[in-house]
Design a binder for this molecule. Structure first.
Ligand code: ARG
Length: 560
């Protein structure tokens, strides 16, 4: 509930609007002093009195109500204390009434947000470097939908480029349908690596690759068929990982989709006088914006990554009329997106301001195993499998008699991978550690999941309270209530800053507060009346934790 507005509407301070008062209300140093404090120093001028006197006057004039239980004046501040029982009743009732919709809103109603994420490259390994974009993008997708927006998930496939010519050469020389059928994406990648090794000895392979790529572009049926085969194989394999991670897309329009949509963009750039020739290439000069030129067409007339992104942005605006278009891409591409956004702005697109590069940091593995240079790749699929396997051995040790161990280990292991990538501010580089993400006592998804299982088992024994009364509220209960109440605001902030980590941290904080409550207060053994409230509070916590994890794409096992 918005207590700030409630208080602001009832404080009578001369010369300040309700909004201004609400904005001035802040949390006092301890919740013993109160929940909101209004500093009166700014009022001294208009009210011509010392702040301490003003505070006393405002406190004395505040009309009594059932929401604010205490008003006091301390050193120029008016402190307001919200009635604990009122707060607890309101919050728990709201969670229990809204259930899986608790935290949802319609603030994004009528607004479409395109989210470009994961965007894998055909025939290239789906490795741990793609983890962040995939899970961040997916969390942002779910969060937007939960807050009433219409998200459009786009996988801007890297399905264009000379590397496909190389692959065709490698495949026809050293590969076979059988090899790919058995070896999948890894076999395809090995062919690619082999091409480079052989091309060092035999230059002509590169010419052959260029010719093959040209064939794809010209629509030669054999070349296109091979390309489609590579594409299908890649999508089949990444699809398995997407299913595990609960990741979905509405559009798979990749780079090649824009083959016939770039000419109008090039024409428009030329018409608007933005294209200049530089060393045979067509570029947009960005020197006065402190950036290198954005190359639109190479000297041989070929388009570039940026050309495709400019065409894609125009296409998305036209197709979806987006309110925002997000690009969840590593910070290594900062310059690329600054250039693309600037070119669109120079083209006079007023919506260029609605394009957002949601940049994130790098993920490396603890033992440094990932080294693309040495051709050593850590496949995301393997990281997930290893987490699930480790989760299974931990669970089997902790709870040998548990049924459905495999199923639960999958939920726990997959959750650990997702949560591990989402727990920190997205821009930070992270080192992925199996032990850290699977620490049941740490700031992890398994800690949160374990807490959910604990709450569920309390409810299984005590039954869900049909109705409850709230009398005295103890500090452990109160802290939990306050945190529960913060969930909707946390989601709002997470969306505004594109930070799913706010949700991950919220889940850990809430779980910690629940565990404190669980260990300090007896739930099932509480006296009648209080027991019902504590059960209701337990159920509300379970709901909020489930909603938080769900937004991140993480499931909640009933038992663990
Ligand atoms: N496929 C690209 C890569 O792996 C990412 C594409 C991101 N999206 C975009 N519209 N540029 O680097």
């Amino acid at each position: 509930m918005d207590f700030k507005r409630h208080i602001a509407a009832r404080v009578r301070a001369e010369g300040l609007t309700e909004e201004e008062i609400a904005a001035m209300l802040a949390a006092p140093p301890t919740s013993e002093m109160g929940d909101f404090a209004l500093p009166c120093f700014r009022l001294a001028k208009t009210m011509r009195k010392a702040p301490a006197l003003i505070a006393e006057q405002l406190a004395a004039n505040y009309p009594a109500d059932e929401i604010v239980s205490e008003v006091s004046a301390v050193n120029g501040y008016v402190n307001f204390k919200i009635d604990r029982a009122f707060w607890a009743r309101q919050t728990v009732q709201k969670v229990l009434a809204e259930r899986e919709r608790y935290g949802a809103s319609d603030e994004g109603k009528g607004k479409t947000v395109c989210i470009d994420y994961s965007s894998v490259n055909i025939a290239k390994p789906f490795h741990i470097g793609h983890l962040s974009t995939t899970v961040l993008g997916s969390a942002l997708y779910k969060l937007h939908r939960f807050l009433g927006y219409t998200p459009v998930g786009i996988n801007h496939l890297g399905d264009y480029g000379t590397q496909f010519g190389k692959l065709i050469v490698a495949y026809t020389r050293w590969g076979s349908a059988k090899l790919l059928e058995e070896g999948g994406l890894r076999a395809l990648n090995e062919l690619y690596v082999r091409f480079h090794a052989e091309a060092e000895k035999d230059e002509s392979l590169n010419d052959e690759a260029r010719a093959q790529f040209k064939k794809i572009e010209q629509g030669d049926p054999d070349a296109v068929a091979l390309f489609e085969k590579f594409k299908e194989l890649t999508l089949r394999e990444v699809g398995k990982v997407y299913d595990l991670l609960d990741v979905h897309f509405d559009s798979w329009a990749g780079e090649s989709f824009y083959n016939d949509k770039m000419q109008p963009v090039v024409d428009e750039l030329r018409e608007k006088g933005l294209l200049i020739e530089s060393e045979g290439a067509q570029v947009v000069d960005l020197e006065q914006y402190g950036m290198p030129p954005c190359i639109i067409l190479r000297s041989d007339g070929a388009s570039l990554y940026a050309t495709r992104d400019i065409a894609a942005a125009c296409y998305r605006k036209q197709t979806y009329d987006f309110y925002k278009c997000l690009y969840v891409v590593a910070y290594q591409q900062n310059l690329h997106f600054r250039q693309v956004f600037k070119v669109l702005e120079l083209m006079g697109k007023p919506w260029a301001k609605d394009l957002v590069h949601v940049a994130y940091g790098m993920v490396s593995l603890e033992d440094g195993a990932m080294s693309t240079r040495k051709g050593k790749v850590v496949y995301l699929e393997d990281v997930i499998a290893k987490c699930v396997e480790k989760a299974l051995s931990i669970i089997a040790e902790k709870n040998p008699s548990l049924e459905n161990k495999e199923e639960i280990a999958k939920t726990v292991g997959v959750g650990a991978v997702i949560f591990g990538a989402l727990y920190n501010n997205k821009i930070k580089d992270i080192t992925f550690s199996y032990d850290k993400v699977l620490n049941f006592e740490g700031e992890t998804s398994c800690y949160v999941q374990y807490t959910c299982a604990r709450a569920a088992s309390v409810l299984a024994k005590g039954g869900n309270a049909a109705s409850f009364e709230v009398g005295q509220v103890c500090p452990q209960e109160f802290e939990l209530v306050k945190k529960l109440d913060e969930f909707p605001a946390t989601l709002h902030d997470a969306l505004e800053k594109y930070e799913p980590c706010f949700i991950a941290r919220y889940a850990v904080d809430l779980a910690q507060l629940f565990n404190k409550f669980y260990f300090d207060c007896s739930i099932l053994g509480a006296e009648e009346g209080r027991r019902e409230f504590r059960l209701a509070l337990t159920e509300a916590t379970l709901i909020a934790l489930g909603n938080a994890l769900g937004l991140l794409g993480i499931g909640v096992p009933e038992k663990m």
